[in-house]
Write a protein that binds this ligand. Structure first.
Ligand SMILES: CN1CCN(c2ccc(C(=O)Nc3n[nH]c4c3C=[N+](C(=O)[C@H](O)c3ccccc3)C4)cc2)CC1
Length: 343
């Protein structure tokens, strides 16, 4: 495919913006990424006097070829997107080890932990309002709408991967015919906040699942055990059918996470129990204090028929209307014993 690449994985690195290693300074660890450390850093951009705060994902030097190709593919996927609710890729440093992916810094941390840590405490009523919860949902909805509208990349899957098995070829073709980018792992844990304050914005910041499918090697990583079953619709875990309506179902679960302030969906249930209950028609209950209209929207995302689920465009309009509705905005965020901060 004529693309220079690393490790013969056929991933085209030419299109990726480069960052000069000497213009990067790693300041402190932000958390353990799927590959290696994620650091907060400073990037001295060539044509600007001040240093830009960035996040730097690192690939450990002793990584396998697979991990290296995964790392590269995730950067290649993020490089394709440009949207205020999707984490921005600044560039890559692949000239030598350790390899870096430089991303915009989102200083508020992930959405799930933010919700859990913002729960009302006896001494402090929650800092969050219904508007905050609606705005967070709307931010992710806008990011998903952009992805739904993005044609799947023209990049051809490396031949050897596609020929890996007829199943992969079928999946690869169906994926490409879908002509739309499917994220496959929309969940609060994969979203990051620009800050924790009132002006915060939420961005989709992890593309690991889409990357694994795109490289047709997710089953090597433990297959079903690795799948986010609690965020998946029945047609996905029963028939392996993924469309943009898969992300709509997951977005409904993300809204449930938001309005329950970070509770684990189907608390205490195993993946097997969730699959049986949900394919039998069971659904998550309305979070305590969640307005009826908001819960109705979540339930529409969980329609057993994918085509009957709302589009992200339609959901964006409804969420925007909810944000104009005094009845909904004035609903209090309840202090619930089970929602009190984790011990
Ligand atoms: C009270 N404090 C508040 C501040 N807090 C943090 C905790 C973590 C972060 C953090 O990782 N920020 C990131 N900015 N950009 C990227 C990040 C991660 N990225 C990645 O690509 C990571 O792989 C990723 C992606 C999605 C979700 C999590 C991690 C790209 C920032 C603040 C800790 C608790």
């Amino acid at each position: 495919y004529g693309s220079e690449n690393i490790l013969g994985q056929g991933i085209d690195v030419r299109g990726l913006p480069k960052v000069a290693r000497e213009s990067l300074k790693l300041v402190k660890a932000l958390g353990q990424g799927a590959f290696g450390e994620v650091y907060q850093g400073l990037y001295l951009h060539c044509n600007s006097p001040e240093e830009m705060p960035v996040a730097v994902k690192t690939l450990p030097e002793m990584s396998t070829g697979q991990a290296e190709a995964d790392f590269l593919m995730e950067a290649a996927i993020m490089a394709k997107f440009s949207h205020p609710n999707i984490v921005h890729l600044i560039g890559v440093c692949f000239d030598r080890h350790p390899r870096f992916i430089v991303l915009e810094l989102l200083a508020g941390g992930d959405l799930k932990n933010f919700l859990r840590e913002s729960r009302p405490r006896p001494e402090r009523a929650t800092a969050l309002t219904m508007q905050d919860l609606l705005q967070s949902s709307l931010d992710v909805c806008r990011g998903c709408r952009y992805l739904e509208g993005s044609p799947v990349h023209t990049q051809v899957l490396p031949v050897q991967e596609l020929l890996q098995s007829s199943l992969d070829v079928c999946r690869g073709c169906r994926y490409l015919e879908a002509r739309r980018f499917i994220h496959r792992d929309i969940a609060a844990r994969n979203c990051l906040l620009t800050s924790r304050g009132p002006g915060r914005a939420v961005k989709i910041a992890d593309f690991g699942m889409a990357r694994d499918i795109y490289r047709a090697d997710y089953y090597k990583k433990g297959g079903k055990a690795m799948l986010p079953i609690k965020w998946m619709p029945p047609e996905a875990y029963i028939d392996g059918l993924f469309t943009c309506k898969t992300d709509v179902w997951s977005f409904g679960v993300l809204m449930w996470e938001v309005f329950s302030l970070g509770v684990m969906p189907y608390t205490g249930c195993s993946n097997r129990e969730v699959m049986e209950m949900v394919s039998g028609g069971g659904r998550l209950e309305k979070p305590f204090g969640c307005p009826q209209e908001v819960y109705r929207l979540m339930c529409e995302c969980w329609n057993p028929s994918p085509a009957a689920r709302p589009s992200f465009t339609a959901m964006q309009e409804r969420l925007q209307r909810f944000m104009q509705d005094p009845e909904i905005l004035s609903a209090p965020i309840p202090v619930v014993r089970s929602l009190l901060p984790p011990a």
